[in-house]
Design a binder for this molecule. Structure first.
Ligand SMILES: [Zn+2]
Length: 114
């Protein structure tokens, strides 16, 4: 392996990264909720900004993505513990190392990824 990091380390680093991103999204959601509470209905349509409702759905979508990434990271760790790491959970073939480097939580190969 060319990578100096073990799989456990890169999965762990990825988890910390996603946790941090999730925390940031939560902060933005909290800030947005406060802004929304401070506005009357008329202010919802800010002429020079993205409507709050659009910002809200963007952030909710982001949050959902981060939660799914955390679930995938958890699964990748469980597979590593079972010795199934690096194999596609659909077809059983090895997952390309470049793919694992880019997405340490990947549990499927490129071909089996929807
Ligand atoms: Zn596959």
């Amino acid at each position: 392996m060319a990578s100096p990091r073990s799989r456990a380390e890169s999965i762990d680093a990825r988890r910390r990264e996603v946790h941090e991103q999730l925390a940031n999204v939560e902060l933005e959601l909290t800030a947005l909720r406060r802004t929304r509470e401070g506005l009357s209905d008329d202010d919802e349509h800010d002429p020079d900004g993205v409507p709050l409702s659009a910002q809200w759905s963007r952030l909710e979508g982001l949050k959902q993505m981060k939660l799914e990434a955390l679930a995938a990271i958890h699964e990748a760790e469980a597979r590593l513990a079972r010795g199934e790491d690096g194999r596609c959970r659909v077809c059983g073939r090895p997952i390309a190392s470049a793919r694992l480097a880019a997405r340490p939580e990947a549990t499927t190969c490129i071909d089996c990824t929807p």
